[in-house]
Write a protein that binds this ligand. Sequence first.
Ligand SMILES: Cc1cc2nc3c(=O)[nH]c(=O)nc-3n(C[C@H](O)[C@H](O)[C@H](O)COP(=O)(O)OP(=O)(O)OC[C@H]3O[C@@H](n4cnc5c(N)ncnc54)[C@H](O)[C@@H]3O)c2cc1C
Length: 369
Amino acid sequence: MTHKQVYDVVIIGGGPAGLATAYLCHKHDLSYLVLESGKAVFQGIANTYPQGKLVYASKPKDAPEPFLVDELRPPDKPVTVESYLQYVQHFVQHEKLEVHTEVAFEDVRDERDQLVVITDKGQFKARKVVLAFGSSIPRELSVYGDAKMVAKNLEDPGKYVGVRTLVIGGGNTAADVVIAILKAKREVNDTQPVYWAHQSEKFDVNTETARRLGEEILLGGNIRLLPGATPRIGEVDDEGVDRLVIRINEFKQMDGIEVYHAMSFPMKHVIACIGSQGPVPIFDKLGIQTISCTAGVCKVAREGDRLVLLSSGFESTRKGVYVVGGAISPSYMKICEGSIQEEKHPNLIYTAVNDAYRVVEEIKDKLGK
Ligand SMILES: Cc1cc2nc3c(=O)[nH]c(=O)nc-3n(C[C@H](O)[C@H](O)[C@H](O)COP(=O)(O)OP(=O)(O)OC[C@H]3O[C@@H](n4cnc5c(N)ncnc54)[C@H](O)[C@@H]3O)c2cc1C
């Protein structure tokens, strides 16, 4: 479906950078729309901050400016992430900011004098596109067929009560998801197990997480470990249910035939916590130029890191496409008066919000508003 309206600005990501951009567009009468893949705004923060974490209004030491969008500044006396999120929700409602949630950005296409933003829920037209999707993009399961229905984080452990659940991933995040589901099941005497699968033979969690997991098991948590298990196929069964097939062991015979055991779970009972990646693969897909750091040239980035190339107004090498916030941290390549230099860009709410201010000033100018 293609939406008819042509927005001045379509913003990808409803985190601090995206919402600050939206708020400034709103204040300056630019038509805009935020597309956020999560269930709510600030999903990136909700997914990555530990429960009860305090949010600091941190500012880099050498930064001369205040928060240029004061409305999104965390309070000086730090509050928990939960209350900051609640405050932001109210702010979005109060200002009636235009946000579409559960819409995942996929691509941008040029069409005459406008850009077409392609998402999993249709296409949106824009004069300018601001990419504010943060620094950590969840990895996709690489299986034959499609595994898009597999959850990448735990929204409500209660959803898995009464069903056999599969958690994939070998680190602390996966362990935390396993613990939360075991606890939810235990509290209502649900004996259906949680299967915990990891590609490698060894799980890798820190002592504190291991302690909490151990406690949950001793209190009656029903867990089945599947080390050395590999997700293989996404398929639809006879009843139309999307399922994920995971091999739990395999034997390669001399005659070249493989014998294996596999388990098949409805995808809606699977959560894959397989880490995240930086935004470089997305820049590649969009044809946005990046520059590889060579030894001695970069101060922040390491040799081989690829930094996105941006104008001083955060425009990428794709005309009309801007990149702000965590997506360009910890540093990017800035084109400045004919030369290119590495620019530090600390991954902070402050930086994200102040980028938004600059980008909207630039877009206002370019659109003659
Ligand atoms: C554990 C932790 C603690 C931190 N504590 C602090 C602190 O105390 N103070 C501070 O200033 N900073 C802190 N930071 C850093 C701060 O959270 C980031 O700098 C800030 O969130 C960056 O904002 P952003 O809008 O660029 O990205 P994000 O906050 O990551 O927002 C990006 C949004 O885009 C969405 N998105 C991603 N991909 C797509 C897609 N394809 N389509 C649509 N939407 C998409 C995401 O769901 C997300 O909501 C912390 C970071 C972490 C991980």
